[in-house]
Write a protein that binds this ligand. Structure first.
Ligand SMILES: C[S@@+](CC[C@H](N)C(=O)[O-])C[C@H]1O[C@@H](n2cnc3c(N)ncnc32)[C@H](O)[C@@H]1O
Length: 337
């Protein structure tokens, strides 16, 4: 290797490292811009910073600095005379984008979510969730007493569901099922997507009472809401049971309790669908590794390999029949043993 080559690869390595070191600044820039409504206010327009500052109730000079930082990341574009517009990448931060990540930017940037990341070393030392160490209570108990944070979390989960919905609907044929229970289904965006595509199906949205809307929501055709605790029981009477981004919240013992409750009610011909970001082999980029660490910080859970899912399912009386791999998520299908 020549000295020139060496310095180029050192530069690239350091650039990559700084990108990671400064990650929190990017998160906070997106959080601030979303909170200030910058992306929705810009919409499809090209606006001078002065006008944008007026509309977003901001200090013009400081907003311009934030916008120029975002322009360096190709999230907004600066035209002459300090006029700004949203780039194709930035459009994902608008609330009207079909795959919007606006609510996710509000979740990842909010203090209650990132403060526990400051105690990651504590989680690694003790093996317990950093969230509990920082907030003195567990993640879902905290949400049950913090309605604003719960609303942000639920909206972010809905964003996440919309992003993966089309890919899941084309990767898996739900048409053989007749009734689906979406366990921990949150706002129901995913279940609604399945019901819209398969008109013969009906569904049950099952989640904690605290995750259900407090004012009675208008009834929806073919969709029933049931409040309950999946560690206690799971509603019977369906042939499809979905656990989407549920098992990764819990350790093996807790996950097996949830799975055994599914096993109690699933009929012999029923299907259990575990939808998660299945871990890839080590030493390569893998978004599931980021979520795995996030679970270490927030909860008792973890991401798992396909083999680990196989063992978990077997401990609860299921046989893993196949793994449908998609871009970021996988569908782990299982049937009663
Ligand atoms: C990570 S979110 C996933 C939401 C949704 N399945 C999705 O993929 O967007 C976990 C969900 O589990 C629900 N949950 C947590 N504990 C629960 C329990 N004991 N019983 C039922 N649902 C629970 C939460 O309220 C939340 O909606």
């Amino acid at each position: 290797m020549t000295t020139d080559n060496m310095s180029t690869s050192t530069d690239a390595a350091l650039r990559g490292l700084f990108q990671t070191l400064w990650g929190f600044m990017g998160t906070q820039a997106l959080y601030a811009a979303s909170r200030l409504n910058v992306f929705d206010t810009l919409g499809e327009d090209i606006l001078p910073a002065r006008q944008l500052a007026l509309r977003c109730h901001c200090d013009e000079a400081s907003l311009t600095r934030l916008l120029r930082f975002l322009a360096s990341l190709d999230i907004v574009h600066e035209a002459p005379d300090a006029c700004f517009s949203v780039t194709p990448t930035g459009r994902y931060l608008r609330s009207d984008h079909p795959s919007s990540v606006r609510s996710l930017s509000l979740l990842y940037g909010q203090p209650s979510y990132w403060l526990p990341w400051g105690a990651l070393d504590e989680a690694v030392r003790t093996g317990g969730p950093a969230f509990d160490h920082v907030h003195g209570t567990s993640f879902f108990d905290y949400l049950s007493t913090h309605p604003h944070e719960a609303a942000v979390f639920n909206a972010a989960m809905e964003d996440g569901s919309q992003i993966h919905l089309d890919e899941i609907l084309s990767a898996y044929d739900f048409s053989a099922l007749t009734r689906i229970v979406d366990i921990g289904g949150g706002s129901g965006a995913f279940l609604r997507g399945i019901l819209q595509m398969h008109r013969h199906l009906d569904g049950v949205l099952y989640d904690l009472p605290t995750a259900m809307p407090t004012d009675a929501p208008p009834p929806e055709p073919r969709l029933e809401r049931i409040a309950g605790d999946m560690f206690e029981s799971v509603p019977p009477g369906a042939d499809g049971y979905v656990l989407k981004r549920i098992l990764h919240d819990w350790n093996d013992e807790e996950a097996i309790r949830i799975l055994r409750n599914c096993r109690e009610v699933i009929p012999p011909h029923g299907k259990l669908l575990v939808i998660e970001a299945v871990l890839r082999p080590p030493n390569r980029p893998d978004p599931a590794r980021w979520m795995d660490l996030n679970m270490l910080v927030l909860l008792t859970g973890r991401e798992r390999t396909a083999a680990e899912f196989g063992r978990l399912l077997a401990s609860a009386g299921f046989i893993l029949t196949r793994v449908v791999t998609m871009t970021r998520m996988s569908i782990v299908e299982a049937v009663p043993a």
